[in-house]
Each structure stands twice: as structure tokens, then as C-alpha cells.
Design a protein around this ligand. Structure first.
Ligand code: MEV
Length: 301
């Protein structure tokens, strides 16, 4: 029996701007997906009612991973069991974490010796196949962990940051929101182009202050980033309520993470304010999770 795990991710800065080649900072968080594999008579998925044969419609990510292993090795029967701490469909990279942890578990089980680069690459292929279009950020961060400057995928030094995640519980389609932003940019190219440049400057400035451990300034930059995300129409009443509630409760800064429209926001906190901020987010109608940034990418447990 082999168990692996892989982390979810947040955007500290720069979502949406990164779609136009601008700088963003993504970071792995200590909410993880765990995948256990063990010998079985066929290729099966464990579910609440017992194990069932792998099905491309019910388990598209795992099916696509297994198909790729068939090109690498002789795939024998295996039971795959998934447990994830990462809320699904909320912009925290839950499908990427499940995909990457599955690849690592099967790699160890079949002895295929994939490198981390191979794992990240296969993960991105799987996400692209299932979702149509997928950014490589989620699978890269989930594989390598830590803090990553994108689009260059440059690993930055690791800094331990305390984050409260607020989940609106509202699903939003990344594809639709990205295309709304593209349409807005087409209508107002000079205005939106400059906003994207400014978001990029925030990410670049943010790197310096993260490296200095100046989280008060990092929080201030997150608030500016949030204002610009609102200005391009990716905010929502629910997200704003969580953002303002977290700031009132003492967060150093807070913003949407991911595509917006629904999904999650993040609040950067000092230790003394963590539970106050988490409670304030709950009172404002969100689900809240206290987490920290992590250097740990995919690993065998
Ligand atoms: C979505 O999680 C982040 C966006 O920047 C899209 C992307 O990077 O592909 C909105």
C-alpha cells in the first residue's frame, strides 16, 4: 500500500494579469489531497459505498492519469482511494492536487521513476484534456510546493505565512470569467492594459517585501491588488463581504484568490488575529480555513 499527498495553492498576487503574460505569485498551502493505492483485481476507485471500476465519466482525472501510465508500463489492477482537505471547485487547485498525488502514488506503485518535471507535465496534460484549457500553474505549484513566480515558474525562497481562506461556497466558471475580462480588455484596451501592468508591478513589489518578511506591506499590496480585481469585474458581493470582514477583524491584507466571481478569498494574518479573522469570515457568511503556506510539494507519506 502506498500513500502520497499533494498541496492546494493560492495566488498571493497577480491572477488574471498572468493570463496576459504579466507577473503573479502563487504559493502552495498546507491543505492537501491524499491518494492511497493498493493491489486489486481490476483498476478501481474507492467510494463511500465500496470500490467501483474506474469510469471515465465519473473519474475523468484519474482515468486520464491511468491511460497515460498504460503508455509507460504494464498497468495491473489497483485500488485508488482519495481523501482531500481542499474544497472542490473553489480556485484552490483541488483537481490539480488530486491529479498530482495520483500520478506520484502510481509512479511509486509501478516503479516508473518519473521526475518532478515529468509529474508536473503529465498533470498539466491531464488537466488540459479534462478541462479543455488549463493553466500549468496549479499542477506546477502542487508538484514543487513553495512560492512560485509565474509565468516564468521561478521558485522563490520559502516564507511561512499565516492565511485564513474564506470560501463563498459559490461556484464560478474560470473560463467564463477569463473570457469576460478579455472582452472588457477589448473594449478598453488602454485602460485594462494599464491595470494588468499595475497588477504585475504589485506582484514584483510584493516579492521584495515577502523576502524581507515585511507582511504589513505585503498585506497593503494585497489590498491594492483586490481593488484592481474589483475594477476588472471579477469581484462579487459575497467576496467583498468576506474581504471587508477579514480586514475589520485585523487581517494585514485580503483579496480574492483565483478567478473570482465566487470561490475563495485569502486574508494574510498575524498569529494573534487568526481565529478572530476566521470567525469574522464565518459571521459574514463564508466557510473559513486557517492554513499556512508550505514548501512541501508532492510526496510519499
Ligand atoms: C485562475 O485560477 C487564475 C487565472 O489567472 C486564470 C489562469 O491563470 O489561468 C484567472
Amino acid at each position: 500500500m502506498i500513500t502520497s499527498s499533494a498541496p492546494g495553492k493560492i495566488f498571493l498576487f497577480g491572477e488574471h494579469a498572468v493570463v496576459y503574460g504579466k507577473t503573479a505569485i502563487a504559493c502552495a498551502i498546507d491543505l492537501r489531497a491524499h491518494v492511497t493505492v493498493e493491489e486489486a483485481p481490476s483498476i478501481q476507485m474507492k467510494g463511500p459505498g465500496g470500490s467501483i471500476d474506474l469510469n471515465p465519466r465519473k473519474h475523468p482525472y484519474i482515468y486520464s492519469v491511468v491511460e497515460r501510465f498504460k503508455d509507460l508500463t504494464d498497468v495491473t489492477g489497483v485500488n485508488i482511494d482519495i481523501h482531500s482537505d481542499i474544497p472542490v471547485g473553489s480556485g484552490l487547485g483541488s483537481s490539480a492536487a488530486v491529479t498530482i498525488a495520483t500520478i506520484k502514488a502510481l509512479d511509486a506503485y509501478y516503479g516508473t521513476n518519473l521526475s518532478l518535471e515529468d509529474i508536473a507535465h503529465m498533470g498539466h496534460q491531464v488537466e488540459s484534456e479534462v478541462q479543455g484549457r488549463a493553466s500549468p500553474t496549479d499542477t506546477f505549484v502542487s508538484t514543487f510546493g513553495g512560492m512560485v513566480q509565474i509565468p516564468d515558474r521561478k521558485k522563490l525562497g520559502f516564507y511561512d505565512m499565516l492565511i485564513v481562506i474564506g470560501n463563498t461556497g459559490k461556484f464560478s466558471s474560470t473560463r467564463k470569467i477569463v473570457s469576460n475580462v478579455a472582452a472588457l480588455k477589448e473594449r478598453h484596451p488602454a485602460v485594462i492594459g494599464q491595470i494588468m501592468d499595475t497588477i504585475s508591478a504589485i506582484s514584483e513589489t510584493g516579492i521584495e517585501f515577502i523576502q524581507e518578511g515585511d507582511f504589513h506591506t505585503v498585506g497593503e499590496l494585497m489590498n491594492i491588488n483586490q481593488g484592481l480585481l474589483d475594477s476588472i469585474g471579477v469581484g462579487s458581493k459575497e467576496l467583498s463581504e468576506l474581504v471587508y470582514a477579514s480586514r475589520k477583524a485585523g487581517a494585514l491584507g485580503s483579496k480574492i484568490t483565483g478567478a473570482g466571481g465566487g470561490g475563495c478569498m485569502i486574508a494574510l494574518c498575524e498569529h494573534k488575529n487568526l481565529s478572530r479573522v476566521a470567525h469574522a469570515i464565518k459571521r459574514a457568511g463564508g466557510d473559513s480555513f486557517i492554513c499556512r503556506t508550505t514548501h512541501a510539494g508532492v510526496r510519499i507519506e
